[in-house]
Design a protein around this ligand. Structure first.
Ligand code: CTP
Length: 397
């Protein structure tokens, strides 16, 4: 995504400027050419040599450096994306007023690429109507805003927005802007992830080893492609991906309910979750005491969520299932695709090392209802997610 892209990163004077060093380094490592423009205020917090070291490019700080007469125009003109992070209240005010009194504001005024700003300031300054009005004007002119987040500020803890969004979130948003209007743009995608939990008593549960990693990576990748993503997740310790709407559920019945509720407005359903297949027939309201003779639990089957959606599927909907098998995986997966009337199925062989539960890599075979098989060799789950979304886009035509 970032390879060969030209990013101009404007940095203004705030303590969060240190986060932008990480941002510049990440973008560079991902293959982008990053030109950093520091405002005068930024240079009080962080020096140009730090950015030069991570981007391996000259850093600009002034309109008046010899040999750079036209850079205020050409920098922004050539860029694929302009990011301002952190953006102070002062920068927002100057940009909203259309001022061009230093290299950064002049470049912003001339920029034709999408502009993404990550404001960072004292929470009261952000809450001030003047800042809100400036941001509104910039958004009306097509700028994109990320954050600020709620959390610790330099002045101490805060429960109001002010803190700059994390570099990872800025990168995710940047990717969404670079992706432009691809096939998933504005589509609603439901992704289910993780295990579900069925209560034996208020303390004990039946669950499985699913970590949710694969589903979370798919949700993240779909959002970066421009989709509106609803992630319906069972218990998982994965961090919430930026931009996606997270709905937490516990049991298979709750997951089924959440899927059903959002199906009518969705375009794609990716069932990456591993819902528990059995639930205790008579869950106890009290903790079951330990007893020497052991315990026999009567189990009932849970609802099959994919099958339950059959009557409610509309013609625009693409339904993707997963099949975790042990041995003869492709044939078992094919049978599941037919039985559950899926458009695509992602087949996992659980016995293959580095694939399946709780690892960051996966090797899968994607099968669609036309019989097309796409083997995806072992790779990070982030890349498997992209390969799956490619397959979904191809399938939808
Ligand atoms: N699935 C579902 N509802 C369930 C269990 C599974 O919708 N109660 C979905 C999974 O999310 C997955 C697909 O069905 O996309 C296949 O899941 P899997 O556990 O492999 O299949 P099962 O239908 O449970 O069949 P079996 O356990 O017999 O292999």
């Amino acid at each position: 995504m970032w390879r060969g892209r030209h990013v101009v990163l404007g940095v203004t004077g705030g303590i969060a400027a240190y986060k932008s060093v990480h941002l510049a380094r990440e973008l560079t490592q991902r293959g982008a050419t990053v030109d950093v423009v520091l405002s005068r205020g930024a240079t009080r917090f962080i020096g140009a040599p730090t950015f030069e070291a991570v981007t391996r490019r000259p850093v600009r700080t002034s309109l008046w450096e010899p040999g750079t007469a036209l850079e205020h125009i050409t920098l922004g003109e050539d860029a694929d994306l302009v990011i301002v992070a952190p953006a102070t209240a002062q920068l927002l005010a100057r940009a909203a007023a259309g001022m061009a009194d230093d290299l950064l504001t002049t470049m912003l005024l001339a920029a034709e690429a999408p502009v993404l700003v990550a404001p960072a300031m004292n929470d009261a300054m952000f809450a001030n109507g003047a800042t809100a009005a400036n941001l509104r004007r910039l958004v009306e002119r097509g700028w994109h805003v990320i954050g600020p987040a709620v959390g610790e500020l330099a002045e101490g803890p805060s429960n109001r927005p002010g803190r700059m969004e994390e570099p990872e979130a800025v990168i995710a948003h940047g990717e969404r802007l670079l992706a432009g209007e691809g096939p998933l743009h504005r589509l609603q995608v439901i992704v289910t992830a993780g295990p579900t939990r069925e209560m034996i008593d208020p303390i004990r549960v039946i669950t499985n080893r699913s970590s949710g990693k694969m589903g979370y990576r798919i949700a993240e990748a779909a959002w970066r492609r421009g989709a509106e993503v609803i992630l319906i997740s069972g218990p998982s310790s994965e961090p919430v991906p930026y931009g996606v709407r997270l709905l937490r559920v516990a049991s298979t019945a709750e997951m089924a309910e959440a899927v059903r509720a959002h199906l009518p407005t969705s375009d794609v359903l990716v069932m990456a979750a591993a819902p528990a297949d059995f639930r205790p027939r008579h869950p106890s309201a009290q903790k079951v005491p330990r007893r020497d003779g052991g315990l026999t639990l009567a189990l009932a089957g849970t609802e099959d969520i994919l099958l339950a959606t059959l009557p409610e599927r509309h013609h625009r909907l693409t339904v993707v299932g997963f099949a975790l098998e042990t041995g003869d995986a492709v044939e078992k997966g094919r049978a599941k695709l037919i039985r559950k009337q899926l458009d695509l199925i992602v087949i996992n062989d659980a016995l293959e090392p580095g694939a399946g539960f709780d690892v960051d890599t996966n090797a899968v075979t994607i099968l669609d209802s036309h019989g097309t098989l796409t083997p995806i060799s072992m790779r990070p789950k982030r890349e498997v997610a992209d390969a799956l979304l490619d397959a979904i886009e191809r399938y939808r035509g």
